[in-house]
Write a protein that binds this ligand. Sequence first.
Ligand code: NAP
Length: 354
Amino acid sequence: MVATEKNTNKTVMVTGATGYVAGWIVKDLLESGHTVHAPVRDPADNEKLAHLRALAESNSGTINFFKADLLETGSYADAMEGCEIVFHTASPFTINVKDPQKELIDPALLGTRNVLETANQTKSVKRVVLTSSCAAIYCDAIDCASAPNGMLTEDVWNTTASVDYQPYSYSKTLAEKEAWKIADAQSQWDLVVINPSFVMGPAIGGKPTSESFTLMARAGKGEFKTGAPRLGFGLVDVREVADAHITAAFTQKDAGRHIVSGHNTDFFNILSALRDRFGKDYAIPKSAVPKFLAWMIGPFVGLERKFVSRNVSHPWKADNSKSVNELGLSYRPMKETMEEMFQYMIDAGYFRKK
Ligand code: NAP
C-alpha cells in the first residue's frame, strides 16, 4: 500500500467501488483514513457491499454509499458534492457480450461524460483519476511491432478497435478520448489517467465478475488442460494498479497517461506460473497450443480467427518506465500474483480440484 498524505483526511469519490480493481483502491483509502463516497448501482445490495463495510469498520476511514448509474445523467452529483478527488473506475469489463454498443460502449463513453460533466459542476473537485486501460493504447499484440522502437508507450493510441472488433477495447479508447476532451476544455481540475494491462491478483472480498476472474475461472475448470495459446499481453498485479491510482491522486504532479504493467507475457506463460503449486490438483496446461491449431479451433472456443492471427505468437511489449519513475511503482513477480489469485479463487469456490 502507498502511504497517502499524512494528517490530511480528504473526501474522495470512487465510482465502481463494488468492482475488483476499485476494491483495492477503496481499501488503501480507508486504511489511510480518508472519507470515501461510493456511488453504486444498488446501495441496498448488502451482499455486494458487505466486504466494503467491513473494511470501513476495521480502519480509520469512512465509507458512504450513494445511488448512481453511469447511464443516468446527473446521478453522481450527490456523491461528488464536497469531494476533492474523483476516481472514475466504473466501466463494464466483459468480453462475452451480445450487444456491444449497449453493454460496453454506452456505459464507458456516456458514463465518462456523465461523471466528468458533473465534476465540472462540482466546485470542490481538483483532480480526476481515470481508470483507462492498455486497451486504449493498442488493439492487438501485433501492434507492438509497429509502435516506435517496437514498444507501446503513452504516446500510442488504439486506432483499429471498433464496435464489431474488440468492442471492449473500443469502449475504453472512446471513453479515454472523451475524458481528455472534457478535461482540456476546463481548468478547474486536472486529469491523471492510469492505463493498466491485464489485471491479476486476489480480490479484497466477494466473488468478482470482472473478465480477469472469468478467464481464470475457465482455466481453473480445466478448459485449457490440453494447451493454452501464446496470446501476447501485459500483466499487472491489482495491488500495484491501486497504488498507481493513490499516487496519481495525492502526489503525482503531472497530468497525463501512465502505462501500468509489470510483465510483458502471454496466456500460456501466466498459466505456467501456476504449475509448481497447483499442477498436481488442477488441470494446468503443460504445453502451448500451436498457432495454426489455435486458428482452426478459435471460433469454437470464442476466439475470432482475425484475433488469433493478430495476437497469438506476437510478443507484447510496453514501456512501463513512466510508472516506475513518476508513480514510484515496483512490480512484484508474476508467479506471486498468479498463485495468490488462484488460491483466492479456490477459497471463494470458483472451481474444484480435478
Ligand atoms: P469489475 O469488477 O467488473 O468492475 C466494474 C465496475 O463497474 C463494477 O463496480 C460495476 O458495478 C460498475 N459498473 C458497470 N456498469 C455500470 C453502470 N451502468 N453504472 C454504474 N456502475 C457500473 O471490473 P474491473 O476489472 O474491476 O474493472 C474496473 C475498471 O478497470 C474498468 O474501467 C476496466 O476497464 C478497468 N481495467 C480493468 C482491467 C482488468 O484486467 N481487470 C485492465 C485494465 C483496465 P456493479 O457492481 O453494480 O456491476
